[in-house]
Design a protein around this ligand. Structure first.
Ligand code: ATP
Ligand code: PRP
Ligand code: NIO
Length: 489
């Protein structure tokens, strides 16, 4: 691997972005204003909502967005870009505006999570990294939230670093899982960087090292006051649990016998049997921790079997978003400067749900003031003020006959300014507040949208103006394309 003292994330992009950038620069349109939106088209895991995460990483990236000397040298010498273009790239930084939902916000398909408004070349160059960040962080926060929904008030810890897709994924994945509702992590660096509570037990290797459960637990307890013993190395009920109890009885107040961990076998049966053994020995407050390839489905089953598990340790399935490895968020151009004025743009598709929604828009969460539940999300054009309306018509953007009128509501604007003229203007809240924010927002949703299996579809509607604008753009584009086709033939 080549190493550079000034390596940056600016080349963390697809080659086509730089080729488009060069095209725009040569054509002198690179400084035309452009507006892009980030959204995904389908909720992951069959879930009824997503949890947005990744803003901290995006803001870090935007602040550092500049081509370093070694980046420019690589583009020039290895990839053969024109020296004049390289000289121009040397001056590029991000000078635009970004509005974004805040971390922990509940997000749904087809609504803009971020809006990037900048000179075309800048907005284009940051696309790949922005999507890279949003896609991973939001996916993991959503998976974590699903798991937390099933876990309920029990504690859930993130154990996934060893199984994650490399070092960065472990660190940022842990952070996203915390926003999604996990209470702690085993990753010490994540604790150092983000202040996430860190926790842990010990591995089978320690029991193997000392050959038997009793000796291993005793050695551990002679060094650590807080003790959670892993009891399944040889025989959970005949050796592991009895050894843990014996050590705790012998050491008494010298240690805090916090828990035992089960990591194999029938976790429902073993947890019930272990609970009885602990209770019979008077250790009513000693907790049972379970791990072993757990996810929302196994946890649901274990709970339905009456498992006596207090704390869940979850690795692989959360950190790798095991059952769905990609969110599929996209970055679409919705408006571009043309002859000195902004013109809305659209991407047409044979599939009506894939047709982009043109124009500068905001997302509002429409909260019913009587029951304090959300009626759905409402996407309106910038010039609209739904918060001032008495009565709002909400209708499905493709099946328009599905509609309702809402009165007595609060229209909560979901995006905030995070970057203005290239400067970060948003103060990130503590990670704990982002986690609480997600939790409080979940209280706004009816349970029908939150169940982990076959949830109801949460409404994400367009305002009448926004819908009309979209239809007008479709007609306009179709006519233009038809004319071009006729000219070519
Ligand atoms: N009572 C249960 N109901 C449903 N799933 C369970 C139950 N007990 C354990 N599981 C899950 O079943 C899977 C069993 O995994 P596996 O077949 O690897 O067995 P194991 O007990 O872990 O064996 P090993 O000793 O090789 O680690 C795990 O995902 C575990 O979480
Ligand atoms: O099952 P996950 O959800 O991915 O959680 C992480 C797993 O990592 C450890 O196992 P590992 O076999 O790596 O090490 P160990 O010898 O300490 O059990 C731990 O015991 C968990 O089973
Ligand atoms: O602390 C633990 O028990 C732990 C940490 C990482 C992975 N598995 C378990």
């Amino acid at each position: 691997m080549n190493t550079y003292s000034d390596d940056s994330f600016t080349l963390h992009t697809d080659l086509y972005q730089i080729n488009m950038a060069e095209t725009y620069w040569r054509d002198h349109v690179h400084e035309h204003r452009a507006v892009f939106e980030v959204y995904f088209r389908k909720l992951p895991f069959g879930n009824g909502y997503g949890v947005f995460a990744g803003l901290e990483r995006i803001l870090q990236y935007i602040q550092q967005f500049r081509f370093s000397d070694s980046d420019l040298a690589f583009l020039k010498e290895e990839l053969g870009y024109d020296p004049e273009f390289i000289n121009y790239l040397r001056t590029v930084s991000f000078t635009g505006n970004i509005t974004s939902m805040v971390e922990g916000e509940l997000v749904f398909a087809n609504e803009p999570i971020l809006r990037i408004e900048a000179p075309l070349i800048e907005a284009q160059l940051i696309e790949t990294a922005v999507l890279n960040i949003v896609n991973y962080h939001t996916l993991i926060a959503t998976k974590a939230s699903r798991i937390k929904q099933v876990v309920g008030t029990d504690v859930v810890m993130e154990f996934g670093t060893r199984r994650a897709q490399e070092l960065d994924a472990a660190i940022w994945g842990t952070r996203a899982a915390y926003i999604g509702g996990f209470e702690a992590t085993s990753n010490v660096r994540a604790a150092k960087l983000f202040g996430i509570p860190v926790a842990g037990t010990h591995a089978h290797s320690m029991v193997q090292t000392y050959r038997d459960d009793y000796t291993a637990f005793k050695k551990y307890a002679s060094v650590h006051k807080e003790c959670v013993f892993l009891v399944d190395t040889y025989d959970t009920l005949k050796s592991g649990v009895p050894a843990a109890i014996k050590v705790a009885q012998e050491l008494g107040d010298a240690i805090h016998f916090k828990g035992i961990r089960l990591d194999s076998g029938d976790l429902a049966y073993l947890s019930k049997a272990a609970r009885k053994m602990l209770d019979d020995a008077g250790f009513h407050h000693t907790k049972i921790i379970a791990s072993n390839d757990l996810d929302e489905y196994t946890i649901h089953h274990l709970k339905s079997q009456g498992a006596r598990i207090d704390t869940w340790g979850i690795g692989t399935k959360v950190i790798t978003a095991f059952d769905q490895p990609a969110l599929g968020a996209v970055y679409k151009l919705v408006s571009i400067e043309e002859n000195g004025k902004m013109t809305d743009t659209i991407k047409i598709s044979g599939n009506p749900e894939k047709v982009s929604t043109p124009g500068l828009k905001h997302v509002y969460r429409i909260i019913n003031m009587v029951n304090k539940k959300s009626e759905g999300d409402y996407i309106a054009l910038d010039e609209e003020r739904p918060e001032k309306e008495e009565r709002l018509k909400m209708f499905h953007p493709t099946h328009t006959y599905i509609s309702k009128f809402v009165t007595n509501f609060e229209a909560k604007k979901l995006q905030v300014d995070v970057v203005k003229n290239g400067t970060v203007v948003y103060q990130l809240p503590s990670l704990l507040s982002s986690q609480r924010y997600a939790k409080d927002n979940l209280d706004l949703l009816w349970d029908e949208y939150k169940r982990t299996m076959n949830p109801e579809e949460y409404p994400v509607d367009l305002s009448q103006k926004c819908w009309n604008n979209k239809m007008a753009c479709i007609t306009e584009v179709q006519e233009k394309v038809q004319k071009t086709i006729e000219k070519m033939t």
